[in-house]
Design a protein around this ligand. Structure first.
Ligand code: E4P
Length: 231
């Protein structure tokens, strides 16, 4: 499973990109509004940082508006994936954009039947919202499992399952085990994926023990070791 970052914050994207594990970014109107600034400039800059798909969402309510916005967004950078909501207009737009060779991420998916329609319309990605379902006592991970199963039984569907609305590290692990192709997580969740108190205390102990070793500069040790082997 690949990992995308769910943010429009450039500092967060730069930091996670430097870890060498970031495969893409998703944004939405709320995330863009939170950062302020120029929408298209932000999307372009994200695309320059991340060598992978970057979702930019349309905001028009109807097919003609979504098509117009989607086509324009796709011209901003080759990495742009046009994001549309899972409405009737969104499905019709997906079909049209897919036929034009523009990749579409269909977002706000809360049931497998929606994902089936998006897949048949030629979506590149379907975004089931795991956390928002869990918030209302539905099993978000179970939806991932259902969609993966539905797509496995549909020979003409090549849509990737992009687990979204990820709230904590366990959501990422559950999405991977359920067969999601990608999970998009906020910065704080990715940080939480790395931190563990036992890692921190174990590392502190290793370093404290190493500090007691008389000759502990590894560069000097390697130099001495090489000289010894040469002689
Ligand atoms: C996905 O593309 C969405 O931007 C995002 O995952 C929504 O997450 P939220 O439920 O935390 O707002």
């Amino acid at each position: 499973m690949q990992i995308f970052l769910d943010t429009a914050n450039l500092a967060e994207i730069r930091e996670v990109a430097s870890w060498g594990v970031l495969a893409g970014v998703t944004t939405n109107p709320s995330l863009i509004a939170r950062e302020g600034g120029d929408f298209l400039e932000t999307i372009h800059e994200i695309c320059e940082i991340v060598k992978g798909p970057v979702s930019a969402e349309t905001v028009a309510p109807d097919v003609e508006g979504m098509l117009r916005e989607g086509r324009l967004l796709a011209t901003v950078h080759p990495h742009v994936v046009v994001k549309v909501p899972l409405t009737e207009a969104g499905i019709a737009t997906t079909r049209r954009l897919a036929d034009e060779g523009i990749r579409v991420n269909v977002t706000l998916c809360f049931q497998a039947s929606q994902a089936l329609l998006a897949g048949l319309a030629g979506a590149a990605y379907i975004s089931p919202f795991v956390g928002r379902l869990d918030d209302v006592s539905w099993d978000g991970t179970d939806l991932i499992r259902q969609i993966v199963g539905v797509y496995a039984n549909s020979a003409t569907i090549h849509t990737k399952v992009l687990a979204a609305s990820i709230r904590h590290p366990l959501h990422l692990v559950d999405a991977a085990l359920a067969g999601a192709d990608v999970a998009t997580a906020p910065y704080k969740v990715l940080k939480a994926c790395i931190r563990h108190p036992l890692t921190d205390s174990g590392n502190a102990q290793f370093l404290a023990d190493w500090a007691k070793v008389p000759e502990r500069d590894i560069s000097l040790l390697v130099e001495k070791w090489r000289a010894k082997r040469r002689s």
